[in-house]
Write a new protein. Structure first.
Length: 284
């Protein structure tokens, strides 16, 4: 990966984090922890990888993205806004009555959203269905999806994984946001899904285990995944609440908004990180 691209992606991820926390704070509800942990994944896909066009959100040959862990939509919405699918001002209305951006993605009302998600496990099944259609009709676009490590406790996930292997869906790449926590605590203490890579491998998937905050590792895994001849799962070791000191590795920030004093700390930390990333990108 070229250094200019790397620096640009770091700036995008930093801005996604800043906008995500701001949106949740203004909404007084939402899911900051998991939104922060997927910032690099979402930034990489929307600003380096996927064939998407904000001026034509429904163009037939676009790549598809499904946020199966739909409650972490602040990160997706932020990426879509930065990309130009809608104005960033919309983020300030997150979860407000009648607003376009609600607590889970809605494909009928939000430009750039390919699948409505919310019930965990179902988005992954839909993503596999999209890949099956593209495979059957020899269409060139690919499908990318993000699941949580708590989400993969759902049995439906493994039915979809079996389906993808059965029908040789080598056009789908799944990112597992393995941040180690879910709403009730550590995944190892609730319903341990580990070893995640071994499980996907047993279902016929090519697997990769990477640092989910390292763009070069993400890029390398994606490139290998697209040429492995099988459905691919990239298990991303991430930090829940990444970028906000008091949220990091703290499951209580799975689904609540910061209070005024907490937001002041988060805003200061995230703004500083963004300014540093922006300066490095501009000078790169």
């Amino acid at each position: 990966m070229e250094n200019t691209t790397l620096l640009m992606l770091k700036e995008k991820a930093a801005r996604i984090r800043m906008l995500s926390v701001d949106a949740v704070y203004r909404a007084k509800s939402g899911h900051p922890g998991g939104s922060l942990s997927i910032a690099e994944i979402v930034a990489y896909l929307y600003f380096n990888k996927m064939n998407v066009d904000p001026s034509d959100p429904q163009k037939p040959d676009r790549d598809r993205f499904v946020l199966s862990k739909g409650h972490c939509c602040p990160a997706l919405y932020s990426a879509l806004a930065i990309k130009g699918f809608f104005k960033e001002e919309e983020l300030k209305n997150l979860r407000k009555l009648g607003a376009m951006l609600q607590g889970h993605p809605d494909m009928k009302s939000i430009p750039g959203v390919d699948m409505s998600t919310g019930s965990l496990g179902q988005g992954f099944s839909a993503a596999c269905g999209m890949a099956a259609r593209a495979k059957r009709e020899s269409l060139s676009w690919r499908v990318y999806t993000v699941l949580g490590d708590g989400e993969i406790e759902e049995g439906q996930v493994w039915e979809a994984a079996m389906f993808a292997n059965m029908y040789k869906l080598d056009n789908i790449t799944a990112f597992i946001d393995s941040n180690g926590y879910q709403i009730d605590g550590a995944v190892k203490e609730v319903m341990d899904p580990n070893p995640i890579d071994d499980k996907f491998r047993a279902f016929g998937w090519q697997t990769f285990v990477i640092d989910g905050h390292d763009f070069e590792q993400i890029d390398r895994a994606v490139r290998e995944a697209e040429n492995c001849g099988r459905p691919a799962a990239i298990i991303c070791r991430t930090v829940k609440g990444k970028g906000v000191s008091f949220m990091e590795n703290n499951y209580t920030w799975h689904g609540k908004a910061p209070k005024d004093d907490e937001y002041a700390v988060a805003e200061k930390e995230l703004t500083l990180a963004y300014k540093v990333a922006l300066e490095e990108s501009n000078n790169g």
